[in-house]
Design a protein around this ligand. Structure first.
Ligand code: SF4
Length: 98
C-alpha cells in the first residue's frame, strides 16, 4: 500500500489525485488559512495540472514544494491523500464557512 511515509519519489507523487485544489491562492488571516477563488496562473483549469510542474519553484515565487515537513502547514484540503491520516489536521477554510 502506498502511503505518505514512502521514500520512493514516484510513489510519493502517485498519491496526488490531480484535483488542483492546492493550487489556489490562500490567505493566512490571524493564523487561519483561507482559500481564495484565484487559481495559480500556471494551473491548467481543464486538466487541473500545473503547466510548469518540473520548474514550478523557479518559475512561480511562493510555490511550496510538497514535502513531509510542509504538510503540517495546512495548505492542503482535508481529503487530500497527503494529509488524510494526519491527526487533528487543520485544512484551509472557505470564507463562508465561518
Ligand atoms: S490537493 Fe492533494 S490531491 Fe489535490 S492536487 Fe493538491 S496534492 Fe494533489
Amino acid at each position: 500500500m502506498i502511503n505518505r511515509f514512502t521514500n520512493c519519489q514516484s510513489e510519493w507523487e502517485a498519491l496526488c489525485r490531480r484535483c488542483g485544489r492546492c493550487c489556489y491562492e490562500k490567505i493566512d488571516f490571524h493564523g487561519v488559512i483561507y482559500y481564495t477563488e484565484l487559481p495559480c496562473e500556471y494551473l491548467d483549469l481543464e486538466t487541473r495540472l500545473c503547466r510548469v510542474y518540473p520548474t514550478r519553484q523557479k518559475v512561480r515565487k511562493g510555490c511550496v514544494k510538497l514535502t513531509r515537513t510542509a504538510l503540517d502547514k495546512g495548505f492542503l484540503p482535508g481529503d487530500c491523500p497527503y494529509v488524510a491520516d494526519i491527526e487533528n489536521y487543520s485544512a484551509p477554510r472557505l470564507f463562508d464557512e465561518d
